[in-house]
Ligand binder design. Structure first.
Ligand code: FAD
Length: 409
């Protein structure tokens, strides 16, 4: 085993999908001496419990482009690293149950097409052909993006980590960062429970811990943890491996196929915050207790859409916390407080979809001191000093979560 490093050019903190993707892209772009530190095991934060839907469409063209880049990367990564990612391009359906939503979908389809995405509008019966288990009595139209898909979040992350190592990055597990040393406003070293590493740049990819890691360097990372749940069923007749992912925004829910059964989750209008006093120690590979009472409202919305859920066997109701942000977009880039400190965190339950592209963008930013495109909607600099007030961050974040599928988005 090689000795613990005492020097590096770039230290990445956090071994979830975003940290591993950033390490992969930095190493591939020829940045030498990249060290990733994970305080427990890779994927042990939020990544291991993600449902794995990978959708591409966002309101902003450049952010959509990042997610499209993710899809292209996930489709080819296995060939490069030899490690499977579970990637499946089974397409993504999005339903409309009112005229206003239909107009929104038509607009999104036009926008998607203008970004080069092969997105198309479908009639309710065409949508049902793709998703035979659903009841379409309240559906007025749908949009379909055949290049959307799903992946296995843990396998994908391990594959990115292997790609990073193959290109020269070092990935160290069971190393916790406990402090960051600074001189003249610049990072000089990270302090860990195994020793000190002198470095030029720190990249904070610490997921829901990113606020506390940022504070080690005086950098504000305005995110808040919220509970997020999804149900996993036993096998259901008619659920095939090629079933597209489906989003049903008027019923606040989403679906994907898993081992012949369904995953069904959603965004409640009354979200429950997690760990307001700080994330408990030892919170690795940890889920929260299933909250059936709270999930009931989503179940009531889902049953009329997918009547087979009524009789399906239930494997598990997964309840995992994830970091969300005051405007529902992730936080990326060079911290305004310190030019040698970068952040990639607060992924609002689309970090698997965004991970590939966000890692690519962050690596470019670190190496060039500027983003490769206009990334204003996710740029950390969009949050002013007012977002040092954690009460404000919490209330706006819960509001953004509750409006996840609102018509304006
Ligand atoms: C129930 C649920 C379902 C989801 N479903 C989807 C989905 O279908 N599609 C999708 O795109 N996204 C989904 N997500 C979101 C996705 O899981 C996250 O956005 C993504 O995993 C975030 O990755 P990350 O790398 O930013 O954070 P994490 O995976 O949390 O990684 C951060 C890492 O940093 C480490 N760390 C923290 N502090 C330190 C320190 N001081 N020193 C060293 N290491 C440290 C932690 O141990 C952790 O491993 C879902 C989330 C939840 C909760």
């Amino acid at each position: 085993m090689s000795a613990f490093p005492t020097e590096a050019k770039v230290v990445i903190i956090g071994g979830g999908i975003v940290g591993c993707s950033t390490a992969y892209h930095l190493a591939k772009a020829g940045c030498d001496e990249v060290v990733l530190l994970e305080r427990h095991k890779l994927t042990s934060g939020s990544t291991f419990h993600a449902a794995g839907l990978v959708g591409q469409l966002r309101a902003d063209a450049n952010i959509t482009e990042l997610l499209t880049y993710s899809v292209e990367l996930y489709a080819s990564l296995k060939e490069e690293t030899g490690l499977d990612t579970g990637w499946k391009a089974n397409g993504g359906l999005r339903l409309a149950c009112c005229e206003e939503r239909l107009k929104q979908l038509e607009q999104q389809t036009k926008t998607g097409q203008s970004f080069g995405l092969p997105m198309e509008m479908l009639t309710p019966s065409e949508a049902k052909e793709l998703w035979p288990l659903m009841d379409i009595s309240d559906v007025v139209g749908a949009a379909f993006l055949p290049t959307d898909g799903q992946a296995n979040p843990s396998d994908l992350t391990q594959s990115l980590a292997k790609g990073a190592k193959l290109n020269g990055a070092r990935i160290l597990e069971d190393v916790a960062v406990t402090g960051i040393e600074m001189e003249d406003g610049k990072v000089t070293a990270v302090v860990t429970d195994q020793g000190r590493i002198e470095c030029e740049v720190v990249v904070n990819c610490a997921g829901q811990w990113a606020r506390e890691v940022g504070a080690m360097a005086g950098v504000n990372v305005p995110l808040f943890s919220v509970q997020h749940q999804y149900l996993i069923t036993e096998a259901i007749d008619g659920v095939t491996p090629g079933l597209p992912t489906m989003r049903d925004p008027d019923r606040l829910t989403y679906y994907k196929e898993e081992v012949g059964g369904l995953v069904m989750g959603g965004y409640e209008p009354d979200p429950i915050p997690f760990a307001e006093e700080g994330i408990p120690k030892g919170f690795h590979f940890t889920l929260l207790d299933s909250d059936w009472d709270h999930f009931e409202q989503l179940m009531e919305l889902a049953l009329p859409r997918v009547p087979a859920l009524e009789t399906a066997g239930i494997k598990e109701l997964v309840n995992g916390p994830e970091s969300f942000t005051p405007d529902g977009n992730f936080i990326l880039g060079q911290a305004p407080e310190c030019e040698s400190f970068f952040v990639g965190a607060g992924f609002n339950a689309f970090g698997i979809a965004a991970g590939g592209g966000a890692g690519m963008a962050l690596a470019h930013w670190v190496m060039n001191g500027e983003p490769h495109a206009d990334l204003a909607p996710v740029d950390i600099r969009r949050f002013g000093d007012a977002y040092r007030d954690i009460g404000k961050v919490k209330s706006e974040t819960l509001d953004a979560y509750a409006k996840h599928y609102a018509l304006a988005r």
